[in-house]
Design a protein. Structure first.
Length: 92
């Protein structure tokens, strides 16, 4: 089982009594928490609704582990969209 799936399962257990019911909401909130960017929680929830949770959480974990990055949320977006949009740039 991937690390991100274990993390989501732990969050689901904690959130079982809360008002959060959808997987993408848990993923988005987790992203905001991992990256220390609670201010943009809604943006992460939207990303989680549109993209693979494992891919998002794996990238967020790698970025969170970087000590020299000050704004981890902005760095996450830059890295995610540069990888996510790469195939589209090659096909014009």
């Amino acid at each position: 089982m991937p690390l991100s799936e274990n993390y989501l399962n732990a969050l689901r257990e904690r959130a079982s009594k809360s008002r959060i019911y959808r997987k993408y909401q848990l993923t988005g909130i987790s992203l905001a928490s991992i990256l220390g960017d609670e201010e943009h929680k809604a943006l992460y929830i939207k990303l989680a609704k549109q993209h693979d949770a494992d891919k998002l959480l794996t990238l967020a974990k790698r970025i969170a582990d970087k000590k020299n990055v000050k704004n981890k949320g902005a760095y996450f977006m830059r890295v995610f969209f540069s990888k996510d949009d790469a195939p589209n740039r090659n096909h014009k």
